[in-house]
Structure formats: structure tokens, C-alpha cells
Design a protein around this ligand. Structure first.
Ligand code: PLP
Length: 343
């Protein structure tokens, strides 16, 4: 990140590697790169908004070490990023999570001295987000000096990704034809797209959403939400940050396509990627027939596979949810065969 005033572990956030993928896009007449955000010290891209949402508050004196309390709803990556900033600056952090949060994420949060509150009752649609947000509001009302960064409405969330995009564009000497970004709060998507507009770039920004997510559906959600197994991208509630015309294209990806994308990356590139990273590879494959020869494409990989060892990388979990599907990543050029959702 361009913030040279950051010290200690926080100074290690950003400047993540951009690596070329030469095997998974076999036969592609162009170049494909992955921006590996797992190399942030908290293990994900969400270290960036955690810093941008809190550091301004700390520097301005609105958040006071030893006195203020940060409260946020997150089921994983942002929570780890916030826990990191809060511990470093001696600020109490209460994280509201839900029953779907993995044991591993809970253990990481506790190891970083976050206080974890688990919401166990979903709302009428079986979703937890609205219940978590209600609990956050209660906590902020009742705890003195409490501050809610609210990643769903905080402009410093998208702002954080100017640096993400700047690092990519500089590494490619200013040329980038396609950017594929998984989306949930839409912070990454918005920040990258605003960068593209402000710098007059010709980059097409592709939003990668989950089948069953409400983000890019026109109007209010219809019907019961589709049960999604893989966290990270997609949303059951549209964030206040959402701007309808941000993405040049939207691709909806199924859980199975995520699994296949991840397994292809581990098998062919020796790259252990998180679920939404696999989704970006599936989206690239979907658009590939329409991408002009010679194009430079980047997939943002928000986190790593080590947080998905008991799901995406567990043969028994995959078998339980999708049946015998290993042929889908063992044969070349197989992402497209994993079954399309919408998009
Ligand atoms: C693994 C993963 N992928 C994708 C996203 C979506 O990013 P954004 O919230 O910036 O839309 C997140 C957000 O937490 C995430 O954790």
C-alpha cells in the first residue's frame, strides 16, 4: 500500500505478488495473471479496507487506543484484518459472526485477541446477515466509545482498492484489458472501477458474483435465497455501496464451478486459492471465447486455500455436496463443464 506511515505488521499490507498463470489457460491467445492477496499478513484482500477504514479514525483521534471499541459484523476475512489493526493499536474489537463461520476463522480471531460473538438464529429466510447487523447496532448503542466501521456503507472500503489496482496497473506498465473481481460488499469492484475511470483506462471490469446472490438482480430479490456453500463472494443483502452500473460485465458462478476452478489451480499451477478465486477463473473461462487475442487479463485472488481445507480441498466434502466430480478438474479445459448458473 502507498501508506508509508504504517508501522509494524501493518506495513506489510499490500504490494502482493502478481503471478502469471501459464497452465490453466492452455491455448489462450493472451496473458492471464493472478493478484495473490493471500500474501497480506492477515491472509486476505480485506487487510486493505481494514486499514483504510480504521487508520483515518485513529489518526484523527476519533478512535483512541486503550479506550475505543470497534464492533463489526464479518464472518471471516475482514474480521481478521480488523483484529490485526485493533490489536496493533490496543483497541478492543468485538466481532459478530454467525454459526456458518469456520472453527479455523474463529481460532484466528481469538488468537488475535478479538472478542467473538456468535449469532446462532438465522432470519426467516435462513440468512444470518440481517441478524448480525441488528446485533452490531445493539452493541454500538450500549457500549461507550464504540465505533462501527460498517464495511457495507463505508467509502473507505472501496477507497482501499485504489492501491490494489495501482499495484496491478504499474506491474503491467499501464496496460490491462480485463480485470475479474469477486464481489460482495462491492468494495473491491467499486474501488477498481473508479481507478479505471479516473485514469482513463480501457480496462473492462468484470464482476464475479455467486448464483443465488441478490447483488446484480434487477429490483428487490424474488423468491427464497439459494443456499450457497462457499463464503466470500455474493450477498444476501445488497450493500449501501452498491452502484448498478459499476461492472462492465457480470458473471454468476456456481459453488461447483468454484470448486473446479480451485482444484484446477492447485493441480496445474500448484496454487492453493480460496473459493472466490476459483470463481474468478470460472468467470474468465466463461468470457474467454469473447476476449480478443493478445489481451492482458488479471484475476484478483482475494484469499488462499488454507482456509478451505475442510471444504473445497476435502474430497469427502466435495463428494457429499456434488457427487463424483473429480473428472471435471482432471481433464484439461474443464471449468466450462462444471455447469453454468446464470450469467
Ligand atoms: C474471499 C473473499 N472474496 C471476495 C470478497 C468480496 O470482496 P468485496 O467485499 O470487496 O466485494 C470477499 C469479501 O469479504 C472475500 O472475503
Amino acid at each position: 500500500m502507498a501508506d508509508h506511515a504504517l508501522t509494524g505488521i501493518l506495513s506489510a499490507v499490500g504490494n502482493t505478488p502478481l503471478v502469471e498463470l501459464e497452465r490453466v489457460p492452455a491455448g489462450f491467445d493472451g496473458r492471464l495473471f493472478a493478484k495473490l492477496e493471500r500474501f497480506n499478513p492477515g491472509g486476505s484482500i480485506k487487510d486493505r479496507p481494514a486499514i483504510s477504514m480504521l487508520m483515518g479514525e485513529i489518526r484523527s483521534g476519533r478512535l483512541i487506543p486503550g479506550r475505543s471499541v470497534v464492533v463489526e459484523s464479518s464472518s471471516g476475512n475482514l474480521a481478521v484484518g480488523l483484529a490485526q489493526v485493533c490489536r496493533y493499536h490496543d483497541i478492543r474489537f468485538i466481532c459478530v459472526v454467525d454459526a456458518k463461520t469456520t472453527e479455523q476463522n474463529l481460532a484466528i480471531l481469538r488468537a488475535l485477541h478479538a472478542e467473538v460473538e456468535v449469532v446462532t438464529e438465522p432470519d426467516a429466510d435462513g440468512e444470518y446477515l440481517s441478524v448480525r447487523l441488528r446485533r452490531v447496532r445493539e452493541l454500538v448503542r450500549s457500549i461507550p466509545h464504540a465505533y462501527w466501521p460498517n464495511q457495507y456503507a463505508n467509502e473507505m472500503n472501496p477507497r482501499a482498492h485504489f492501491s490494489t489496482m495501482n499495484e496491478i496497473v504499474e506491474a503491467l506498465d499501464g496496460r490491462l484489458d480485463y480485470l475479474f473481481t469477486a464481489t460482495s460488499t462491492t468494495g473491491t469492484l467499486l474501488g477498481c472501477k473508479r481507478y479505471v475511470r479516473e485514469h482513463g483506462l480501457a480496462t473492462k471490469v468484470v464482476a464475479v458474483d455467486a448464483v443465488g446472490s441478490v447483488l446484480f438482480e434487477p429490483g428487490p430479490p424474488t423468491g427464497p435465497p439459494v443456499r450457497r456453500l462457499i463464503p466470500g463472494h455474493g450477498a444476501s443483502v445488497r450493500s449501501a455501496l452498491f452502484e448498478p452500473d459499476t461492472a462492465d460485465e457480470v458473471v454468476h458462478v456456481t459453488d461447483l464451478e468454484c470448486v473446479v476452478g480451485c482444484r484446477r489451480l492447485s493441480l496445474r499451477e500448484a496454487l492453493l486459492a480460496g473459493g472466490s478465486s476459483g470463481a474468478t477463473l470460472a468467470a474468465f473461462e466463461r468470457l474467454r471465447p469473447r476476449i480478443a487475442p493478445g489481451s492482458l487479463c488479471v484475476l484478483i485472488f482475494p484469499d488462499g486455500g488454507d482456509r478451505y481445507l475442510h471444504t473445497i480441498y476435502s474430497d469427502s466434502w466435495v463428494q457429499e455436496h456434488f457427487g463424483e466430480v473429480s473428472h471435471l478438474w482432471k481433464t484439461p479445459d474443464s471449468t466450462a463443464a462444471a455447469g453454468h448458473g446464470k450469467g
